[in-house]
Design a protein around this ligand. Structure first.
Ligand SMILES: [Zn+2]
Length: 286
């Protein structure tokens, strides 16, 4: 009996059933990860997997009337509230918003975060983007994508023994190359939880971003109404390539019915997963 149990446990591990996947997501600002991956994070959290969001800057420039330490502190509170609503952890690094550079010091901070989380999957923006902080966050994570296994780099934190899979968030930028949807996750079951996570970032979604777009007057005052408004403005139609990706992962019936999604592209620099490995890392695709 004992031998049989050991064999079953071994087989389960072999097929990834018992593997506790650890996911870390990087964004430039304390709301970036939420926009691109909080639906997927909520699904992972429900499965009992460990998810952490990391904002590489403290967001201290993202407001029309507040700034500096006062704004950074408000945004840290919003990030922690978003994490609470998602059932994940949230770190905010103390680099200035709007001034991020791909320096060795910040690269070391990123390497440390990935190692300490013992990450299997690392998410980041692509290094082409309109915002320099987003762009350099992409570069910094790419620059960590091999160094996490090198013992002599950041020697006070033990290196990872396996290189994680690095994935990019979806974006709309076409040059030098458009985003490719390698993995598309159905987030229909958690879309309201995702909107709830975004709703925690009051300074951004109801104040700063509408102000930048000249649409501050459109934001409803009533909390329930503004959340419904947020869902309207923060969800989009599914493009043909993403729909094809959803059909690939979920089959035609379910894939064609999905309304809300998050999509990811596999970075060439980390571990290169085959289809079976992707289904292990993203059990919601099974
Ligand atoms: Zn941002």
């Amino acid at each position: 009996m004992k031998g049989l149990l050991i064999m079953l446990a071994f087989a389960a591990t072999l097929f990834g059933q018992n593997e506790k996947i650890r996911i870390i997501a990087f964004g430039a600002h304390p709301d970036d990860c939420d926009i691109r991956a909080s639906g997927t994070a909520a699904l992972f959290a429900k499965m009992g997997y460990a998810v952490k969001f990391v904002s590489v800057t403290n967001g201290d420039a993202g407001h029309q009337t507040m700034r500096g330490a006062e704004l950074a502190s408000r945004r840290l509170g919003e990030a922690k509230e978003s994490a609470r609503r998602l059932g994940i952890q949230y770190d905010v690094l103390d680099n200035h918003d709007g001034e991020l550079l791909p320096t060795l010091d910040v690269r070391k901070e990123i390497i440390k975060e990935i190692r300490e989380w013992n990450a299997d999957v690392v998410l980041s923006p692509r290094p082409n983007d309109y915002h320099p902080d987003h762009r350099y966050t992409g570069v910094l994570v790419q620059d960590a994508a091999y160094m996490v296994v090198v013992p002599s780099v950041v020697p006070d934190v033990p290196p990872l023994r396996k290189n994680p899979v690095f994935l990019y968030y979806e974006d709309r930028f076409q040059r030098p190359n458009p985003f490719r949807s390698d993995i598309a996750v159905d987030i229909d079951s958690v879309i309201d939880q995702k909107i709830d996570a975004l709703d925690a970032h009051v300074s951004q979604f109801y104040e700063w971003l509408p102000w930048v777009d000249g649409k501050l007057a459109e934001v409803p005052k009533d909390p329930a109404e503004r959340k419904a408004w947020l869902k309207r403005v923060r969800t989009s139609k599914i493009s043909a390539p993403v729909r094809a990706s959803l059909v690939k992962w979920y089959g035609p019936q379910k894939g064609n019915a999905v309304q809300y999604y998050e999509a990811f592209e596999i970075c060439e620099y980390g571990a290169q997963p085959d289809e079976a490995r992707i289904r292990q890392l993203f059990p919601m695709l099974r």
